[in-house]
Design a protein around this ligand. Sequence first.
Ligand SMILES: NC(=O)c1ccc[n+]([C@@H]2O[C@H](COP(=O)([O-])OP(=O)(O)OC[C@H]3O[C@@H](n4cnc5c(N)ncnc54)[C@H](O)[C@@H]3O)[C@@H](O)[C@H]2O)c1
Length: 256
Amino acid sequence: MNLKNKKVLIIGVASKRSIAASIAQVFSQNGAEIALTYQNEKLKSRVEGIADELEGEILIHPCDLAKDKDIVDLKEFIKDKWSNVDIIIHSAAFAPRELLNGDFVDNITREGFQIAHDISSYTFVALAKEFSEIINPNGSMLTLSYLGSERVIKNYNVMGLAKASLEANVRYMSHSLGHKNIRVNGISAGPIKTLAAAGISGFNEILKHVEDKSALKRNVTTVEVANTALFLASELSSGITGQIIYVDCGFNISGV
Ligand SMILES: NC(=O)c1ccc[n+]([C@@H]2O[C@H](COP(=O)([O-])OP(=O)(O)OC[C@H]3O[C@@H](n4cnc5c(N)ncnc54)[C@H](O)[C@@H]3O)[C@@H](O)[C@H]2O)c1
């Protein structure tokens, strides 16, 4: 698929294992110009290392999505360098670790609820709001979700609520931005061992369960998720918006 001359902003690279790192690699291999962000100084050198392995000149800028000013600064940076942008990938989520463990009702706090929804859902529409003036027609926005939005997954807890909100966000954003011919979609990825996943207690049990019960009898790879992201960002999916596409080896449709 050809993304030549497409400008793609990717938020959410933290390590080589990040889903966003695979998306950057696959998009770069398909001719896209890439901008990456890092959440904080600790992650800067890792993101630079990943950028070094991509084709062409990669733009890099800090952005802590918890800060409105960082989102504005990022928009100004992209506007200055590129004038506009075609595709925005939001591959970021966060909830306090102590909420991703144990009993949902016992462990929930107002603060934890707010943080999880703020970082994992609000920031997607916040990016849309800030960037809408510079997203090109035919552009698209994409986010990453998980089955915990619809089913009870042990220890996923408040993050399940935040992902449900994110998926509703995809639908509402698709209507807000559709008249500009900007499409908005989400990928619900199967479990993958990344830094974010390491924060969920008993994550290895989830991996094993999917391997046993999914239609394909295995777990998904970050490259498979990235290939679907490529399709959703390209003209081949021009009639698709407001959707959550499962890339999970068929686990979500499996019954007994
Ligand atoms: N790994 C899985 O099993 C899985 C499955 C389905 C969906 N997802 C989703 O995929 C996305 C990417 O996660 P991943 O698995 O690649 O893990 P990851 O840890 O590699 O990426 C998570 C990213 O979120 C970023 N982030 C968190 N808080 C932020 C903030 N305040 N500002 C800016 N960035 C912030 C981190 O810096 C990191 O880059 C997340 O939305 C996650 O929920 C992951």
